[in-house]
Ligand binder design. Sequence first.
Ligand code: ASP
Length: 594
Amino acid sequence: MLKTHTCGELRPEHAGQTVTLAGWVNRRRDQGGIIFIDLRDRWGVTQATIDAEKAPEAHKIGAEVGREYVIQITGTVIPRPAGMVNPNLATGGIEIDVQTIRILNAAKTPPFMMDGESKVDESLRLKYRYLDLRRQHMQRNILLRGAVTKFIRDYLYERGFVEIETPILFKTTPEGARDYLVPSRVHPGKFYALPQSPQQLKQLLMVAGYEKYFQIARCFRDEDQRGDRQPEFTQLDMEMSFVEREDILNLIEGLMTSLVEYVAPMAGCELVTKPFPRMTLAEAMLKYGSDKPDLRYGLEITDITDLVANAGFKAFADNAAAGNPTRALCIPGCGNYSRKQLSDLEEMAKAAGGRGLAWIALGEGEGGEVKSPIGKFFTPEQMAAILDKVGAKPGDLVLMSSDKVATVCAVLDALRREFGARLGYADPKKIAFGWVIDFPLFDWNPDEKRWDPSHHLFTAPMPEDIPLLDTDPGRVRGQQYDLACNGYEVAGGSIRIHDRALQEKIFGLIGLDVEDAKGRFGHMLEAFEYGTPPHGGIAPGIDRLVMLLAGEPNIREVIAFPKSQQAADLMAGAPSEADAHQLEELHIRIAIKE
Ligand code: ASP
């Protein structure tokens, strides 16, 4: 090794030892006779001092090195005098009195500072990702991610799981997104699809008898980019045989609880839900307007349809008569909002799909003035009943949405998230998990006039709902569960179908005809005839999970080499054109209209 110690390792008890360190020049200060170098490696920063009188040769070289030079120093560990100790540095109790210094490699001036404080444009960070990754906050995230996957592996191995790799070049395994296709050279005109998840393969591993499988698996989905999506992302993919829903929920709850507790000192986060609350999808939509509620705070939605159905405000009453809800969110302490602030909230409601936003503002103190543009349509008793039901106190602001149920949920979800952040409730240090269960098996697709699986095609219906498949498919519940964390879906899974006839029936309902189903999933149907055990699984998203543990705003911050928002790798320049010879071998002709 070119070093005897790391740059994070030396303490006063090493005083007097001769050591060799190697790393990057984090900072250099030249104070005439003495040069100070902060030397950095993965483990930390150590201060080196080069005295012109004691080590003239080293001092000459020290004067030449610039930021990010790679150097090796040899010197003696000396304790710093009491007043000079740097409490912000783990190695702050010592410094190295340098005897020799060797430049291992020079560095151009980097395009941005490594100090972690300066704000750098993201495209520049992605172009020079190898430099960005040197920065402290990225190092922390990447090392945290490594700790998370290692913890998961250990936890699952201790519980009898085995990690099995599955192919990347495969056949479409749909999860509701577009596939990435890879042309075959050997089979002209044919394509592999990159798996959207190892779904079918893990189920086939259950048929094969492995019983407890997991994989830290890469998944590929060609969908539009968002802060919590990437074209390729990582899942903890899991499947178990002979299990029921409870077994999987308990296993994951135990894993996530232990994981957060394990990384808490490193990540500075804290688990606030013990045990994880459970709610049906219907409850989640009613209380939070979302299928992935942020449970770090209350701010629950209240249904007030019954109170407005027979009152004088026609828009609400008409909506109630049409079977649509009116729901409200009571925001503490915001009753003094200005017209401008209220109209900004209305814009937010419109951006979420609403037609407008009704409000009631309560003045400070008992008997304070109650202001509302729709106040005159309600009797004092009706108004009091609304305020009572939503739990409004003096000084509060009540926001109301009345529309189709999906719109009301979208509007109040958006406002709830906004106020969660605005009022400081959505503390990034807090981690709040919650289970959402009892999803419908299908969603109606009005464009294609057919049922779409709400999770994926292999999810089993609730046994008691199976007869409804023939009569009322929209009412069939799936044995599906989602894990929400801080307003994100961090895992989804289900108990699977393990019976050919039932699987064929589901294919039929989602509009796959027999031949089509056989062509695409014949191997699954066939496997189901060779003794398939009851099985189920789940797949927590590693990127989102680490993002939340690290308190980061998007998953690019916890992926070493992410794609940009436009699905491009800005460092290597991918995707890029292929040369004519490659295309010919792949039997591909480019037909882009200029
Ligand atoms: N394959 C599913 C997904 O990627 C997860 C599962 O059902 O296990 O969302």
